[in-house]
Design a protein around this ligand. Structure first.
Ligand SMILES: *[C@@H]1O[C@H](CO)[C@@H](O)[C@H](O)[C@H]1NC(C)=O
Ligand SMILES: *[C@@H]1O[C@H](CO)[C@@H](O)[C@H](O)[C@H]1NC(C)=O
Ligand SMILES: *[C@@H]1O[C@H](CO)[C@@H](O)[C@H](O)[C@H]1NC(C)=O
Ligand SMILES: *[C@@H]1O[C@H](CO)[C@@H](O)[C@H](O)[C@H]1NC(C)=O
Ligand SMILES: *[C@@H]1O[C@H](CO)[C@@H](O)[C@H](O)[C@H]1NC(C)=O
Ligand SMILES: *[C@@H]1O[C@H](CO)[C@@H](O)[C@H](O)[C@H]1NC(C)=O
Length: 472
C-alpha cells in the first residue's frame, strides 16, 4: 500500500490535479421584473419610470429582439456563447488530458438557465464528448439540496428577521434610514437615469415621489430582504449591468459608464449578502460544502463516498448554480476575492469558484493540498463576447483563511477539519454525506496515512506535524 501511494505521488507530482471542482454561476440572463415576480414587461417597469427600457416579454421589436430571448430571467444567446468561450478556454488550458467519462456535471435543474449553462460549458470545454452536451446527463437537484439559497428550508430554516435587521440593515429605525443613507449616492445615481416615479401613490404621500422616497419595508423573502427604495434601485442597477453585458446597443439610456455599472453592482451584491450571510450559510450551504469535501476525499481515497453522486474517477466536476450559492459558500468558508474589472466579491454572470486538489510538489508529507481560485470574465470581455486566447479572463487565488499551514495550498486533512467545523451536520440534506463529518471527528488517521512520504522527503518535517494540522 505505501509503495503504491509513493509510486502514485511520483507519477502525479507534476501532473494534473486529482480533481478540479467548479461551482459556477449561470451566464448572462435577462432581468427579473421589479419586485421579482412575473415577467419583465413594459407594464412591470412603468410604475417606476416614464423612460422606455427594453423588456423581454412579449416577443417582438424592441423587446426580445434586444435581449435575444423572450424568457424572463432566461439565459440569453449571448450569455450562452460566453459560457462556451469560457469552457473552451478551460478545456484547452486545463483539461486537455481529461477523458469524457472523467467529467461529472451538476446543475440546479429547476432552472433552465442553469441547465443551459452546464451544457454550453461542456460544449466549449469538451467539444467531442457529445453525451456531456445532453441535459439528461446532468446530475439534477430537484429538491434544492445542493443549490439551496433558501428554496429548501425543510431541514434548517430561519428565523431571519431579527438577524437580518439587527446585523445587516442597521436596525429598522426611521423606515430603515440607515440603509437608505448608506446607499443614498447610488440610489440617486440610478434615479438620475430612471426618473422615478410616475405612480406617486407608491411613496405613501411623500412628495416629490422619487426613488429615494419609496418606503422601505422588511419583506422576509429569501431573495430580497426589503422592498422599496433600496430594492428597486438594486433592480435597476442589475438591469443596466445586464443590458451592458448582453451587448445591447444601448444601456442605462446611454447615461452611465461601465465604471458606474460596476460600482452600482456593489449594491446588488450587498442586497444578496443581507440574506446570504454567516447565519444562513451554515443552514443552507452545509450540504454543498459537505459535497465539495466529499468530492475531494473521494478523489484522494479512490473509493466512493456515500452521498456523492458522481464516480470516484471524475477529474472534473462542474456545478452550475447561482450567485447566491457562491455568496453563501463565501460566507461559510470566510472567503474573499477581488477580480480584475469588478468590485470586491462580485459574482458576475459566469463567475466561478474553482477548487483544486493537487499533489503537493514541494512537501509530499502533507498529502494532497486544496487550492481555490475565483475566475470570471471582465465586464468588457463579457460585453464583446471575447474568445479567450490572447485575452484571458480574470483568475485570482482565493485564500482558505483558516488554514494556518498554508492558505493557498491547504492539506486536505486540515481542509476537512475546517469545513467540518463550519457546517451543521443536521443541515446536510443528502443521506450518507454526513459521513464526511462523522469520520472526521471519529478518526485519527492523520498523519499516519502519509507516513510513507518520509521515505521520500526525509524526516525533518516531523516536528511540524502536530496532529491537529495547526488548525486549532
Ligand atoms: C410570462 O411569459 C411566458 C412566456 O414566456 C408566459 O407563458 C407566462 O404565462 C408569463 N407569465 C406571467 C406571470 O405573465
Ligand atoms: C446554450 O445557451 C443557449 C442560450 O440559452 C441555448 O439556447 C442553447 O440551447 C445552449 N446550448 C446548449 C448546447 O446547451
Ligand atoms: C489552468 O489554466 C490557467 C490559465 O492558463 C492556469 O493559470 C492554471 O495554472 C491552470 N491550472 C491547471 C491546474 O492546469
Ligand atoms: C433541466 O434538465 C433536467 C434533465 O437533467 C430536466 O429534468 C429538467 O426539467 C430541466 N429543467 C428545466 C427547467 O428545463
Ligand atoms: C426625493 O424626494 C424627497 C421627498 O420625497 C426629497 O426630500 C428629496 O430631496 C428628493 N431627492 C432628490 C434627489 O430630488
Ligand atoms: C466513513 O467511513 C465509512 C466506514 O468506514 C466509509 O464507508 C465512508 O466512505 C467514510 N466516509 C468518508 C467521507 O470518508
Amino acid at each position: 500500500m505505501p509503495l503504491h501511494w509513493a509510486a502514485l505521488w511520483l507519477v502525479h507530482a507534476t501532473a494534473a490535479p486529482l480533481v478540479t471542482l467548479i461551482v459556477s454561476r449561470h451566464g448572462i440572463r435577462t432581468p427579473y421584473p421589479p419586485g421579482g415576480e412575473g415577467n419583465l414587461t413594459k407594464e412591470s417597469m412603468a410604475k417606476y419610470t416614464p423612460q422606455s427600457f427594453p423588456p423581454c416579454w412579449p416577443p417582438g421589436p424592441g423587446t426580445s429582439e434586444v435581449w435575444g430571448t423572450s424568457i424572463t430571467a432566461g439565459l440569453t444567446p449571448h450569455g450562452g456563447r460566453q459560457i462556451r468561450n469560457m469552457g473552451a478556454w478551460m478545456g484547452s488550458r486545463n483539461f486537455s488530458t481529461v477523458k469524457c467519462e472523467e467529467v461529472a456535471v451538476y446543475a440546479d435543474t429547476n432552472s433552465a438557465r442553469d441547465n443551459e449553462t452546464a451544457t454550453n460549458w461542456t460544449l466549449g470545454a469538451f467539444p467531442s464528448c457529445s453525451s456531456l452536451h445532453q441535459e439528461e446527463n446532468i446530475i439534477g437537484d430537484p429538491k434544492y439540496l445542493l443549490f439551496n439559497d433558501g428554496s429548501n428550508q425543510e431541514l434548517c430554516g430561519f428565523p431571519w428577521r431579527h438577524e437580518v435587521i439587527k446585523s445587516f440593515l442597521g436596525s429598522g429605525k426611521g423606515h430603515f434610514e440607515a440603509l437608505l443613507k448608506a446607499w443614498q449616492a447610488q440610489i440617486e445615481k440610478v434615479d438620475s437615469v430612471v426618473h422615478c416615479c410616475p405612480d406617486a401613490g407608491l411613496c405613501g404621500g411623500q412628495l416629490p415621489c422619487n426613488l429615494s422616497a419609496l418606503p422601505i419595508k422588511y419583506t422576509g423573502k429569501f431573495w430580497a430582504a426589503t422592498e422599496g427604495a433600496f430594492d428597486i434601485a438594486v433592480f435597476w442597477a442589475e438591469f443596466f449591468l445586464l443590458e451592458y453585458l448582453n451587448g445591447n446597443p444601448s444601456y442605462a439610456a446611454g447615461q452611465l459608464s461601465q465604471a458606474d455599472l460596476v460600482d452600482l453592482y456593489r449594491m446588488v451584491v450587498a442586497n444578496m449578502e443581507f440574506l446570504d450571510n454567516v447565519f444562513s450559510s451554515k443552514r443552507l450551504e452545509s450540504t454543498l460544502a459537505a459535497h465539495i469535501l466529499g468530492t475531494l476525499l473521494q478523489a484522494e481515497q479512490q473509493q466512493q463516498i456515500p452521498g456523492v453522486q458522481h464516480s470516484k474517477d471524475a477529474k472534473v466536476v462542474y456545478m452550475a448554480g447561482h450567485d447566491t450559492n457562491l455568496l453563501l459558500l463565501r460566507s461559510l468558508l470566510g472567503l474573499r476575492w477581488q477580480s480584475d474589472g469588478w468590485a470586491e466579491n462580485a459574482v458576475a454572470p459566469g463567475g466561478m469558484l474553482i477548487v483544486e486538489l493537487d499533489w503537493d510538489v514541494e512537501d509530499s508529507s502533507r498529502g494532497p493540498v486544496v487550492s481555490m481560485y475565483f475566475q470570471v470574465a471582465q465586464p468588457q470581455q463579457l460585453r464583446e463576447g471575447v474568445i479567450f486566447g490572447e485575452q484571458q479572463p480574470s483568475r485570482v487565488q482565493v485564500a482558505i483563511t483558516d488554514c494556518r499551514e498554508d492558505p493557498f495550498a491547504c492539506p486536505l486533512d486540515t481542509f476537512q477539519k475546517i469545513v467540518v467545523s463550519k457546517i451543521r451536520p443536521e443541515c446536510i440534506g443528502i443521506p450518507g454525506l454526513s459521513s464526511v463529518v462523522d469520520n472526521s471527528t471519529a478518526s485519527a488517521t492523520w498523519p499516519a496515512r502519509y507516513w510513507w512520504t518520509f521515505l521520500l522527503t526525509g524526516a525533518d518535517e516531523i516536528d511540524e506535524i502536530d496532529g491537529n494540522g495547526g488548525f486549532l
